[in-house]
Ligand binder design. Structure first.
Ligand SMILES: [Zn+2]
Length: 412
């Protein structure tokens, strides 16, 4: 077993200053006070509905890992004006001319076909917990269900964990304009099993969705713990979430009553934005979830950077990693913030993941590659590196897979 993690209460750390690059402008603003709140499926959400707990458990209090390991890892960086930056030479942000070319001239090859073709190529399956809720009894292993884009349900070591939930039709501040999903969600928030924890990677609309947060909070209230990178707690509290844990990179915490499962906010190479002026005001990150029997890694949204080797050295091997494979073309514009399938396989290796599941593809057409290209290039990259196709797999929307830990002594 790995080294015992010494838990120490931490103070807010001073961050070194780095200068930032250009930033991408995007319209839209956060929900205004008094605005009617809509759930992920468009239904009205009653702000008073969430089950109340005895005390407010939102907290900046956190713990950090053993001092001896701290020297070896890359810390988060903030500029003097309070904006976060990426501390690696692999980070680049497109110039204004590149962005203009991308938005006005570059050909979009996504070619999303008719619904009939989509139903054939990318079928949406009702998850097992909708078809047969009796199967919810704990299995020997880690079960992953892909719910589209970067949303996965992970059942491991007695906890049900949801990543970057988006059940809405659009990744947008409003539901009448903005990127629309071409594959619907396989289930509603109401059909989900009990959710104990949600991890959020960053503030972009395809990862932090107002309607989904409202619906999850209406259903689970304070029984659900939200794990977010630094700066996002206020947003969630304004949404009425009362059980929020906000963490810096390498800080860790747990779900109350389950302190044998450690949630660590780990780095990723990305950026954040929800409103015209809030570029990089909130941190982004990946999540390493370390249980007594299983280890799961959620990459969120990321470009390739050296952080994954650090994470692999410290927390690997992982039983399962969820790694993005889509929204990567054109490379000169998007390579800083989105990996391509080949780089996704490199992350899989850096993390020492035994298996990985592909996310961030097949749901929203966010970039210019053909919509079915990511899994094809993924298979090619695995073959080139001599890895088995099953070591980094794709799932249908709504499909589940049971991952059995090599240490558990249980074989399928
Ligand atoms: Zn994204």
């Amino acid at each position: 077993m790995e080294a015992v993690l010494v838990r120490l209460k931490t103070e807010t750390m001073e961050k070194p200053s780095f200068s930032d690059g250009a930033v991408l402008e995007e319209g839209g603003a956060l929900m205004k006070d008094g605005e009617e709140l809509r759930g992920a499926e468009g239904g009205q959400v009653d702000r008073q509905t969430p089950r109340k707990t005895s005390s407010c458990r939102s907290s900046r209090k956190s713990f950090r890992l053993d001092y001896r390991l701290e020297e070896e890892v890359t810390k988060s960086c903030q500029t003097k004006n309070g904006r976060w930056t990426n501390p690696w030479s692999t980070w680049r942000f497109p110039s204004w001319s590149m962005l203009l070319r991308f938005f006005l001239l570059d050909k979009n090859n996504s070619n999303i076909p008719s619904v009939q073709d989509l139903d054939h190529e990318l079928p949406v399956i009702k998850p097992y917990f909708v078809q047969n809720p009796d199967l919810l009894d704990p299995d020997p292993g880690l079960r992953v269900t892909w719910l589209g884009h970067a949303t996965v349900l992970v059942e491991m070591d007695g906890l049900n964990i949801l990543t970057d939930p988006i059940f809405s039709q659009r990744a947008s501040p409003v539901q009448f304009v903005g990127p629309k999903r071409y594959r619907g969600p396989p289930c509603t928030v109401e059909q989900l099993p009990r959710i104990d924890a949600v991890v959020i990677s960053h503030s972009h609309y395809d990862h932090l969705d107002v309607g989904s947060v409202a619906s999850l909070n209406a259903r689970f209230g304070g029984e659900l713990r939200w794990f977010v990178p630094l700066g996002l707690m206020d947003w969630l509290m304004k949404m009425g979430c009362e059980n929020v844990m906000e963490l810096d990179w390498w800080e860790e915490n747990c779900v109350p009553g389950h302190d044998d499962i450690t949630f660590v906010c780990t780095p990723s190479q990305h950026w954040s934005k929800r409103t015209p002026l809030d570029d990089n005001k909130t941190l982004w990150g990946s999540w390493s979830i370390l249980g007594p029997d299983h280890r799961f890694f959620f990459a969120g949204d990321t470009g390739y950077c050296p952080a994954f080797q650090e994470i692999g050295r410290r927390f690997g091997p992982f039983d399962l990693a969820a790694i993005p494979i889509g929204a990567y073309m054109p490379r000169d514009v998007l390579s800083g913030q989105h990996v391509d399938p080949q780089q996704a396989v490199q992350i899989h290796q850096d993390l020492q993941a035994r298996q990985s599941v592909a996310i961030h593809w097949g749901t929203f057409a966010l970039a210019n590659e053909f919509y079915l290209e990511p899994p094809v290039l993924l298979r090619e990259a695995l073959e080139q590196k001599g890895l088995k196709p099953g070591s980094f797999f794709t799932l249908h929307h709504g499909e589940s897979r049971l991952i059995v830990s090599q240490d558990s002594g249980v074989f399928l």
